[in-house]
Design a protein around this ligand. Sequence first.
Ligand code: FAD
Length: 469
Amino acid sequence: PPALVWFRRDLRDVDHAPLAAALAAGGPVYCAFVFDATILAPLPRDDCRVAFIHASLQELDAALRARGGGLLVRHGDPRHEIPALAAALGAGAVYAGRDYEPAAKARDAAVAAALAADGRRLELLRDQAVLDGDAVLTQAGTPFTVFTRYRDAWLKRLRADDLAPRPSAHGRLAEPPLPGGVPPLAAIGFTAGRGGPGVAPGMSGAQALFDEFRGRLARYREQRDFPAAKGVSYLSAHLRFGTVSIRALAAHAWQEGGDGAMAWLSELIWRDFYFMILDRFPHVIAGSFRPAYDRIAWDDWPEGLAAWQAGRTGYPLVDAAMRQLAATGYMHNRLRMVAASFLCKDLGIDWRHGEAWFAGRLLDFDLAANNGGWQWAASSGCDAQPWFRIFNPVTQSEKFDPRGAFIRRYVPELETVPDQWIHAPWRMPAEAQQACGVIVGRDYPPPLVDHAAARERTLARYAVVKKAG
Ligand code: FAD
């Protein structure tokens, strides 16, 4: 019987576990994607993620057509659309990549049940993680909650087959007997409007970035923390939407070896780690991984939140970070840590507000990594930053953007401020402010909080956690 491959966050036709499994079954293979109306409904009409997906689908459709197939695209509720497509195509099985988000798991269970009621089955394959589920457990058979131990076990457990490409590039696909093709963005109610992050979509966009990054991989460990440098891969959106295979990236790092490649592989393992945490501890989407942290009393401070969101806190590195996010849909990892820490430990605002703000704007937004990152910064997560460790936004700036190059790129009103004062312009004497033409309070905001005082408040705020043991 025919098989149906249901594409979700795996928008490529090479090294694709569900496609490989469907082709291996031997019958005709059809391909489909559903724009989930429930997910799309609350998004702004110019959401850059939808445009990225749309462009990536066009490339995928073209690649599938070149192989004799093509993409069937629907807009609606996948719980109905997928079983209906499977029935119309006479597919005995639907193949898809396993997802670890609670809502996706519930959706997949509903689709599986609807298919089963009709004598068909849903096959979920590991594709977006290198290792998942029960592959990496402690000796007691429980999930790891300390990253370094998880990573060591992950590396020990890894087999050549886990990184081997899933053969899916050459099989024959069947031309869909139903109307197919990717509808224009407008047909699903969206526009390509917002500036966008300049990350080229699709498999070709991913390939170009990776080809370029390969030459920098050996220097990743030294350069990854400096946002002004081109030190990281910028592949996160492609990993998010599966326009590149995680296996191919991990295999490359593994084969290259050395400090840089192994440091990068370790980041890819963090990705698996947070998928696993979300899968095994789904309560993290609503509350702290460690429940004692839900006793913390946060400040209700809408003006503080608005200043942070707008990149107007008076702390240049934090402001540059928040403006990078607004302008590009991306934020460098060091800055995600600094900006997140600033929200909860300098402004005393609940990390969930920050999590939601990032979720609405990151092109690479991923529930598992974003929640994990925020809970790391708020100290409430598994293997998080200890609560008494509080980033100083000025020393972070001095260390990771020493000449202020990144700050000047995103906070142009500080362009003329001398290096000496760029990290804390309010410390600049009046004559120096006059000389460079930047008056704090007129041209750039004064600091929203005093870091030393905020630090004391935070230590007091987190004391409830200490008492909870
Ligand atoms: P590289 O340094 O080149 O790393 C390669 C890949 O490894 C990344 O693309 C990503 O897939 C993975 N990775 C790296 N660091 C992490 C990490 N800490 N956790 C999980 N995976 C990681 N990453 C997201 O993909 N989506 C998010 O929504 C997200 N939100 C975050 C929120 C906060 C508060 C923090 C501190 C981190 C967040 N991260 C998130 C992790 C990390 O910042 C980004 O993955 C990284 O900055 C993406 O840039 P890159 O592709 O150049 O990374």
